[in-house]
Ligand binder design. Structure first.
Ligand code: PGA
Length: 243
């Protein structure tokens, strides 16, 4: 089974969402490919009502707190009420543009897990960190800090997303992806004692490069930004992997 998760980011109007649903429903989905889409909060309910039989629907972020004086935040419990099954956590855009720390991300992971929402923890190095040969150190720090006090390995995933590959059209080679994903699995197993966690790759994945980029034996699937905004392209990634 390969996992293909989409991340719409801050895109799509209600009109776009309705036509996406129509397009998605027309597609014949490949076997052994699990699809999921992280949508803006406002579309969670509609997408769930219309697509949940074909595709898992989740969100892109959640609050670290249960409730209280946190204006503008949405808690895991609230998301549960609307059938949210997973949430991205610690995406690099949140780390960079909203200054999220590993400690806050850890609180978000724990909050998601307590409410039965599967966190997909995003980790990855910046261009500067890569150039300074710090990738492994960065990945290990992010993993150990963000997964502190997580008890089970069954209900979360990790997405390896090199920051420099997101939205740029520039990607690592398949060997670099395999090396970093297998390193993440090694850290998960040896340092964090979590066996069998699925690890995705994300960063400029599209129907043309998906088979090559995801061909490493440790890579369990993809987290797709730009190419997930078009239902045909998104499903096509799965079709290419399945064939
Ligand atoms: P991209 O985004 O596929 O547009 O590079 C990936 C992501 O941000 O998760």
């Amino acid at each position: 089974m390969k996992y293909i998760y989409g991340n719409w980011k801050e895109n799509n109007t209600l009109k776009d969402v309705l036509s996406y649903i129509k397009q998605f429903k027309k597609q014949k989905l490949p076997k052994n490919i699990h699809f999921g889409i992280a949508v803006p909060y406002l579309y969670l309910q509609k997408m769930n009502q219309k697509l949940s039989k074909k595709c898992e629907i989740g969100v892109q972020n959640l609050s670290f707190s249960r409730n209280g004086e946190y204006t503008g935040e949405v808690s895991a419990q609230m998301l549960c009420d609307f059938g949210c099954s997973f949430s991205l956590v610690g995406h690099s855009e949140r780390r960079q543009k909203f200054k999220e720390t590993n400690e806050e991300i850890n609180q978000k992971v724990l909050s998601a897990l307590q409410n039965g929402i599967m966190p997909i923890l995003c980790v990855g190095e910046t261009k500067q960190e890569k150039d300074e040969n710090k990738t492994k150190k960065v990945l290990k720090t992010q993993l150990t800090k963000c997964l502190k006090d997580v008890s089970s390995s069954k209900n979360f995933m990790v997405a390896y997303e090199p920051v420099w590959a997101i939205g740029t059209g520039v990607t690592p080679t398949k060997d670099e992806i395999e090396a970093n994903v297998s390193y993440i699995k090694k850290v998960l197993e040896e340092d964090i004692k979590k066996i069998g966690v699925c690890v995705l790759y994300g960063g400029s994945v599209n129907p043309q490069n998906a088979v090559e980029l995801l061909s490493g034996k440790s890579v369990d699937g993809a987290l797709v930004g730009g190419a997930s905004l078009n239902a045909v392209k998104f499903v096509d990634i799965g079709k290419k992997l399945a064939s």
